[in-house]
Design a protein. Structure first.
Length: 85
């Protein structure tokens, strides 16, 4: 959301592409909502992975860290995380 409000918050390496994307979606109406991390385990796992990455990189295939979550998502299966004490 911050990137939509202020393009300067986008890293300079991606800023030109971001501005071009904004021009392309200028006439598209969309809604951004919140979902708790338990509702999107793939995004949660990738966000946690991103905390430990110092530079931009791209995957050619689904990273192992989220492979199980992606398969469960494709199959429409619930994906519960349990905490044991």
């Amino acid at each position: 959301m911050m990137a939509f409000k202020n393009a300067a918050s986008v890293p300079w390496e991606l800023r030109n592409k971001w501005i071009n994307c904004q021009k392309m979606i200028k006439h598209i109406n969309f809604l951004v909502t919140h979902i708790y991390r338990e509702g999107n385990t793939c995004a949660d796992s990738l966000a946690n992975l991103g905390l430990n990455v110092s530079s931009f990189f791209w995957w050619q295939e689904v990273p192992n860290i989220v492979r199980r979550d992606v398969i469960f998502n494709i199959l429409g299966m619930p994906n519960f995380k349990f905490v044991t004490f």
